[in-house]
Design a protein around this ligand. Structure first.
Ligand code: ADP
Ligand code: MG
Length: 149
């Protein structure tokens, strides 16, 4: 099914709850892009989803590394941040590919990976609404159920 759901959040913990609810529907191989300006809560969202998937320990922004791969309860969770990238070369994609192997993958700043990353199952966008208010939009972009297939 194609569709977008939008949720209001006014606390980091609320953004984590929204992410946890989404996490419950994810399976290995799923890619979730997380877009939005700096400080909207992309990493907070990935943290909430990761916790729900059983990741323990710190879930922090991988801005200064290419990514993190965590062990969850039943499945590994990868967290990529493409902030530093303008596009992805074949060599860079080669470095990233292992993160996609048998894992649920969250990608912050996915724009640089357009056309290179595997298609996303969900596209999340977070927007500032003043103070701690955010709008979290989740678009079901399931590549497995394309119209016309
Ligand atoms: N409703 C909210 N949802 C998410 N984060 C919020 C919210 N309100 C305030 N914040 C704060 O905004 C910041 C978001 O940081 P982070 O998740 O690293 O954002 P990003 O990865 O988008 O740059 C944190 O300091 C967090 O405490
Ligand atoms: Mg971040």
């Amino acid at each position: 099914m194609d569709g977008t759901a939008a949720y209001a959040s006014n606390l980091p913990s609320r953004t984590e709850e929204i992410a946890a609810a989404l996490a419950a529907s994810l399976t290995p191989g799923d890619v979730v892009t997380v877009s939005g300006e700096l400080g909207t809560g992309k990493t907070t969202f990935v943290r909430g989803a990761s916790r729900a998937l059983g990741v323990e320990g710190a879930v922090t922004s991988p801005t200064f590394t290419i990514g993190h791969r965590y062990r969850g309860r039943d499945v590994d969770v990868s967290h990529l941040d493409l902030y530093r990238f303008r596009g992805l070369s074949a060599a860079e994609w080669g470095d990233l590919e292992p993160y996609f192997d048998d894992a649920i993958v969250f990608v912050e700043w996915p724009e640089a990976g357009a056309g290179v990353l595997p298609p996303a199952r969900f596209a999340v966008r977070i927007e500032h609404r003043g103070g701690d208010a955010r709008i979290v939009s989740i678009r079901d972009a399931d590549p497995r159920v394309r119209h016309g297939d």
